[in-house]
Design a binder for this molecule. Sequence first.
Ligand code: MN
Length: 131
Amino acid sequence: MTARILVIEDNPANLALVEYLLNASGYITVAATDGATGVRVARETRPDLVICDLQMPGLSGYEVLEELRADPTLARTPVIAVTAFSMQDDQIKVLSAGFNGYLSKPIEPERFVAQVEEYLPLDQRRGGGVA
Ligand code: MN
């Protein structure tokens, strides 16, 4: 079963790029442009994976993660943080907060899908990505 991926991102250009890359590789995406909506959409759609921006107005990525982890139906869903921060300290903070992984902006279109797929079980990967 191909994964359904929720993308929570307040920057329209980044959101469009992430959805484009995932859709082009055959993944189904659902999107939210703020954290509170992201949490609600996660509850409604039970995605296989969540990609979440850290810096957003309203709920931050950290607060979104807390809400997801507190929900028994979403507690084990992989959540990847995407952030403009590139300091080593921030990576440690992100991972110790409970995110499964960390991707830095700017997004690298050639590598992005493969980076995301590392967090999906084999049977949910499209395989091959964009050739
Ligand atoms: Mn942002």
